[in-house]
Write a new protein. Sequence first.
Length: 61
Amino acid sequence: MVVIGTAFRDNVVLYMSKAGNVYAVRDDYYIWKIGCGIYEALINLCKGRELKTIHKEHLEN
């Protein structure tokens, strides 16, 4: 995985895998799959499409 940028007003970091999949990570608790390639990821981000949640950790207080 390599960092390729940020999104959502710098609240998430974007990563790309060796396979070309793009993921967004926020605070190590939320991980979303943005797209299966850079073009799909850009389209999904620009159009505000609902993203597939890969991981969502619930914090106990």
